[in-house]
Ligand binder design. Structure first.
Ligand SMILES: Cc1cc2nc3c(=O)[nH]c(=O)nc-3n(C[C@H](O)[C@H](O)[C@H](O)COP(=O)(O)O)c2cc1C
Length: 154
């Protein structure tokens, strides 16, 4: 079975909750799913070439603390990620203005610079509009799996 790794960047657990809620959707589509709460570059170059990021923004457009070492390694090592295909769910709050989903957007840029390919659009979940992030994430993932034809033939 192919593996899908969900890399989580979270301060208060919202992004982790999203990862846990969408995990069964990938399992239903035929994936073995691993959730990484302390992401490393090895998560990107390991078994699967498909990953999903669930990343919130803190401070003023900053990465959550648990995600900072991962971003530092990505910048320092500049690995070639040309085989990597990824999806990105960014959590934020539009009341923060210009820094809305700043971490998710910055991550997207970094991954693109490393040669990775994003599948589909980035999902940005606005806490001002969506009280439960899963309400936005679950239908998006359902659609993502179908549109990107990620279903594993059984
Ligand atoms: C101290 C603090 C700073 C924040 N800064 C931003 C920000 O700059 N941009 C943004 O879009 N959201 C910001 N947020 C909103 C969070 O990203 C949002 O509430 C998110 O759902 C939290 O997810 P988490 O529980 O996974 O950390 C901030 C929230 C807090 C508490």
């Amino acid at each position: 079975m192919p593996t899908l790794t969900i890399l989580v960047g979270t301060m208060y657990g919202g992004a982790l909750d999203v990862a846990e809620q969408v995990k069964p959707l990938f399992e239903k589509a035929g994936y073995t799913v691993a959730i990484s709460e302390q992401p490393t570059i090895e998560d990107l170059t390991g078994a699967g070439d498909l990953v999903l990021f669930c990343v919130s923004t803190t401070g003023s457009g900053d990465f959550p603390g648990n995600f900072v070492p991962f971003v530092r390694s990505l910048k320092e090592q500049s690995p070639s990620l040309s085989k990597l295909r990824y999806g990105l769910i960014a959590l934020g709050d539009s009341s923060y203005g210009d820094t809305f989903c700043g971490a998710g957007r910055a991550l997207d840029e970094l991954l693109e610079e490393s040669g990775a390919t994003r599948l589909g659009d980035r999902l940005e979940i606005d806490a001002m509009e969506t009280f439960m992030a899963d309400d936005a994430a679950v239908p998006w993932v359902d659609d993502w799996i179908e549109t990107q034809q990620l279903m594993v033939a059984s």
